[in-house]
Ligand binder design. Sequence first.
Ligand SMILES: [Zn+2]
Length: 686
Amino acid sequence: MQNNKRTYVSDANFILHGGDYSPEQWLDRPEILTDDKKYMQLAHTNAFSIGMFSWSTLEPKEGIYNFEWLDEIFENIHSIGGKILLATPSGARPAWLSQNYPEVLRVNEYRQKHLHGGRHNHCFTSNVYREKTQKINRMLAKRYGDHPALLMWHVSNEYGGECHCDRCQVAFRNWLRNKYNYDLKELNDAWWTPFWSHTYTDWSQIDSPSPIGENGVHGMNLDWRRFVTDQTISFYKNEIAPLREITPDTPVTTNFMADTNDLIPFQGLDYSKFAKYVDVVTWDAYPPWHNDWETTADLAMKVGFIDDLYRSLKQKPFLLLESTPSQVNWHKVNKAKRPGMHLLSSIQMLAHGSDSIMYFQWRKSRGSSEKFHGAVIDHDNSTENRVFQEVSKVGETLKKLNKIVGTNRKADVAILYDWENNWALNDAQGFGMETKCYPQTLQQHYRTFWEKNIPVDVITKENTFTDYKLLIVPMLYLVSSDTIARLKSFVAKGGTLVMTYISGIVNENDLTYLGGWQDDLQEIFGVCPKETDTLYPRDKNYVNYKNKKYEIKDYATILGLQGAEIEGNYEEDYYANTPAITSHIYKKGKAYYIGARLNEEFHEDFYDRLINDLYLNDLSIESPKEVSVQIRRDSENDYIFIMNFSERLQTVNLKQEIRDMITGELLEGEIQLEKYGVIVGVRSRQ
Ligand SMILES: [Zn+2]
């Protein structure tokens, strides 16, 4: 899959600015399409995703095609120097397709067959749907593959969900047969099926997990989620086959998502697997700015975490494929971005590795479900309103920042995120049912580095560990012996590893390790966790670490010492005065174990020591916590992004001179940054 020709930067050496453009909604209003062309230039936009919801316009009746309108749109965009990310239309299908081929309709976990409607609701296994999508994709590739405006393939839209139809059941059973070597005993062993008398005696007895059927076999739940990821990737691979064949040099992507309720990575698919099959990672970011439950800086930290995860999936720049210039229409409260926030939130994306700022959508729909979703052009069709003006300002600004395209950065710190671990932890009936909060826990560890302007890669187990000085693996509940061996080798070679409570408990089948903590883990950490106490919200206990007291929340693991040094002790209860935090030298490296869930103050003090000990990256800029400083680099220059995620004036201290890429000014020493203010500066490393 790795093909250097397919880095989109070879085709575009400018930051992409634009968004989802849906001219098919306006084909009977030619004056609107004329305005679009004019306004695209006024907004300083240059790239548009087209066609993801236009199947019923492209093929109004089965086998009857209508591409002429799209030909014209290609010419319009090309005539203003714009680029096109041409979408394949599988995300929403025409009514005739569902009517003629009911097998494409999805069946939910209650085994109810869906009706036609909505979007993202097809069966990923259906041969008919696979044939139909491949056919239309082939026609698009043949017709537009050589067009100079074509930049990239935008495959489908926000893949997600699962289907439980009979075809998917057969596919699941076949997937299991392959995984367990056609040996039902192997499956029964892995799933621990004698519990509750669940032993399978024939493959045909296996049905996907359901709220009205089997849902307590954790090994099965985990395998089902893995299957859903694999089946979605298989559908995607089927979609891209004609694109690879006809346009081998045009990069291919599909837009990833985040879970926006709490701004954590998307839970439905394992993107660490999916990322291998896209040429560039792209995602849709919709943070609820200005919400009433967290500060702007808290939310910005979470956005940074997801950016750093999605960038690290391929260790190269990503693209922001959707965002809103103002508000969305599907949060509980859809608040408008305050003046300045659009520029700030856009610069943040670039700071963490995006080479684009794209919106959903270019023009607000007149009707239907997203008619109030923020867009560049509002229903007033005016370029005078605030939102258009802010978009235009972002467009002007981006033109001054094109040198950052393709630049990456080197981080010395990595935090490990694992989708399978998250699924297994959430499934585990134990600990605190509502307090596991795995992604949120990682974000709390990430916070200290974000506040201190130290670059972090949020990696997955697919990444190499040895590139980092410090690797943090909080709550790694599910861990295979292979990953344990890699962690061991990381420390042996000189790395510093931090692990926490509820780690190393189950193997890749969600079966607990027997006979105590794995020997390799005991060897690395010099401790053996004995039991984990779960605390009620009102329970009080503390850890004394370096003569300072820190409050414990939710979890406290009691440790048996096996050579580790005690860094902190518990203060109360039956485990008072026993070790809570330990460190251990293992070969050339060092391993820390944090037994309890501790607060922000602890993380700050604990990681401060490691930052000093390990001489972690210093950007030579002092800033308050709410001002985030991020860096991108090329062979000669550092590109520095300074962003004020607070509602007040802040002062930063630049210890080295930088040139402001937006104003051209040279900046050094104490600089003031207004509310939501940004500076993007460049300094040479020569
Ligand atoms: Zn299905």
